[in-house]
Design a protein around this ligand. Structure first.
Ligand SMILES: Cc1cc2nc3c(=O)[nH]c(=O)nc-3n(C[C@H](O)[C@H](O)[C@H](O)COP(=O)(O)OP(=O)(O)OC[C@H]3O[C@@H](n4cnc5c(N)ncnc54)[C@H](O)[C@@H]3O)c2cc1C
Length: 256
């Protein structure tokens, strides 16, 4: 992991797909073997380059889903309608396929496991991916820092890592709040205490944030990731709730 922090020239490396795992009907995890991979910090991403036989190449960024010590590079890709790169990675790629990756990239949107502050994570859609790397790293380090994840997805069927999150919530100081944006608005259901999942219908708002996030007085380290609209709304709500902007780190998965 320490090596990942050493700045240097990043080169393209060949990645071989070792395994794929469907997370939802439209999101797939790829486990990659990348000889010489220098390691990463939770939150960092890679650039993926696909090259066609005629030399045409397309490049996109993908967050790293795994914990640094997992040995293999793990990505989770949400298939976009007509998506040039995601439709291949999340639909076509199979074990043995090869493409190029470059990284790790992004030392700013990264969580150092030694950070003693409570960890507040806000994910919109596939924005869960780098935050899952943080949650897995937290578990691997046996950190007792409390973690709260607020995860907005369209429907329960769109929740990536649902089973793993439920299990991690049972065995570690993690509390997950689910928001479903495309289910009928109903009264919020908040079971009395963690680790039971907290579930809300609708988009993130000040009331949900106040009910589920750490208060500013707890001085949490905050990471927000997802589509631009989600990141903007979440950041504005956090600042309005009194969290200092300097404690909020954001990453946007906007359309290219
Ligand atoms: C730092 C970073 C990390 C990222 N990590 C991940 C990740 O871990 N998993 C993941 O699935 N994606 C991630 N993305 C998004 C990813 O880079 C691509 O933008 C996405 O996969 C779409 O690429 P595409 O070639 O399939 O679609 P394109 O061919 O570029 O676009 C096809 C259609 O999809 C729309 N579209 C493109 N991107 C998005 C998007 N993100 N959300 C909604 N609509 C979109 C476009 O407007 C267009 O209509 C990340 C982006 C960044 C900047």
């Amino acid at each position: 992991m320490a090596r990942a922090a050493v700045p240097g020239r990043l080169s393209w490396r060949v990645a071989t797909v070792k395994e794929t795992r469907d997370e939802t009907a439209t999101a797939r995890t790829l486990l990659l073997d990348v000889p010489g991979w220098p390691g990463h910090l939770p939150g960092q991403h890679v650039a993926v380059k696909l090259t066609a036989p005629d030399g045409y190449a397309a490049q996109r960024d993908y967050s790293i889903a795994g914990a640094p010590e997992d040995g293999r590079l793990e990505l989770t890709v949400q298939r976009q309608d007509d998506g040039e790169v995601s439709s291949y990675l999340a639909g076509v790629a199979e074990p043995g396929d090869q493409f190029e990756v470059r990284g790790p990239i992004g030392g700013w949107f990264a969580w150092p496991p030694a950070d003693p502050r409570p960890l507040l994570l806000l994910a919109g859609g596939s924005g869960i991916v780098p935050l899952m790397s943080m949650i897995r790293t937290h578990a691997q380090a046996n950190s007792q820092v409390p973690v709260r994840l607020i995860y907005s997805a369209r429907t329960p069927a769109d929740v990536i890592y649902a089973t793993e999150l439920a299990e991690r919530e049972r065995v570690s100081p993690l509390t997950v709040t689910h928001l479903y944006t495309r289910t009928a608005p109903v009264t919020a259901v908040i079971p009395p205490a963690p680790p039971a999942p907290r579930v809300f219908a609708g988009r993130l708002n000040a009331k949900v944030l106040a009910a589920t996030a750490f208060p500013p007085s707890a001085n949490p380290a905050i990471f927000v990731c997802g589509p631009s609209g989600f990141v903007e709304t979440a950041s504005a709500l956090l600042v309005a709730a009194g969290h200092p902007p300097g404690t909020i780190k954001t990453e946007r998965f906007g359309p290219t």
